[in-house]
Structures are given as structure tokens and as C-alpha cells.
Design a protein around this ligand. Structure first.
Ligand SMILES: Nc1ncnc2c1ncn2[C@@H]1O[C@H](COP(=O)(O)OP(=O)(O)OP(=O)(O)O)[C@@H](O)[C@H]1O
Ligand SMILES: [Mg+2]
Length: 112
């Protein structure tokens, strides 16, 4: 099992949610976050001067999937979240030790 952590644009959340649902991936946790990447936030022009926003609002999706679904999940997120402009986001993948489904006590991939 793997944890897929995807940082995406907030306005892409519903498209990503729908695309994943089509592939049968429904379980996820979504967190509103702030972040910065290579461009280090953004510089805005305002009247006389400019000012920087160091952290931009993003959505973080946390999705635990069976190993066999990892590539589908990554591909689906990339396709649905991409605008082609800077700030489209990033995906991190981690190993997952165990999953327990509270209602049934199931463990492992049966619990996902
Ligand atoms: N190295 C990193 N570690 C942790 N979070 C990151 C990292 N890089 C990016 N992020 C997160 O992903 C968000 C989006 O990053 P972003 O898409 O701007 O990455 P980038 O590397 O600058 O790529 P691009 O050039 O396409 O903008 C950031 O706001 C931040 O929340
Ligand atoms: Mg960037």
C-alpha cells in the first residue's frame, strides 16, 4: 500500500475528485494548505509598488491505495489537475505500514 499526497490548485479539486471516482478511487482526505514551490510564491503589482505573497493556497489530497492502483492514481491526478502553468502542484508517494477499517476490523488492502 502507498500513501499518495497530492498538492493541487484549489479550483482543480472537484475535477480531480470526479476523475478519481471514475477510476473507482473514492477514499481520500482533503486539507486546505498553503505552500510554495520553485517560484517562491508570487509577486503582485499593486498601484505604486509590488508586494510578494510568500505562500499560496493549495489543496492537499491524501489517498491510500493498493500498490496496483498507484500509477492509475498518479496519472489521473496529473491529467485532471494540470493547467500547464506554474503552480500546478506536486505528488509525493510514501509506503504505508497498515490500514485498519474501524467498523469491520479489516486490515491491509481489504480495509482500503
Ligand atoms: N519540495 C517541496 N516540498 C514540499 N512541498 C512542495 C515542494 N514543492 C512544491 N510543494 C508544494 O506544492 C505546491 C505547488 O508547487 P508547484 O507546482 O509550484 O511546484 P514547482 O516545483 O514550483 O513547479 P512549477 O514550476 O510547475 O510551478 C507548493 O505550493 C507546495 O505546497
Ligand atoms: Mg511553482
Amino acid at each position: 500500500m502507498r500513501k499518495i499526497e497530492a498538492i493541487i490548485r484549489p479550483e482543480k479539486l472537484d475535477a480531480v475528485r470526479a476523475a478519481l471516482e471514475e477510476k473507482g478511487i473514492t477514499g481520500m482526505t482533503v486539507v486546505e494548505v498553503k505552500g510554495r514551490g520553485r517560484q517562491k510564491g508570487i509577486t503582485l503589482q499593486w498601484r505604486a509598488g509590488e508586494y510578494r505573497i510568500e505562500f499560496l493556497p493549495k489543496m492537499k489530497l491524501e489517498i491510500i491505495v493498493d500498490d496496483k492502483d498507484v500509477e492509475t492514481t498518479i496519472g489521473t491526478i496529473c491529467e485532471a489537475a494540470r493547467s500547464g502553468k506554474v503552480g500546478d502542484g506536486k505528488i509525493f508517494i510514501y509506503p504505508v505500514e497498515q490500514v485498519v477499517r474501524v467498523r469491520t476490523g479489516e486490515r491491509g488492502k481489504d480495509a482500503i
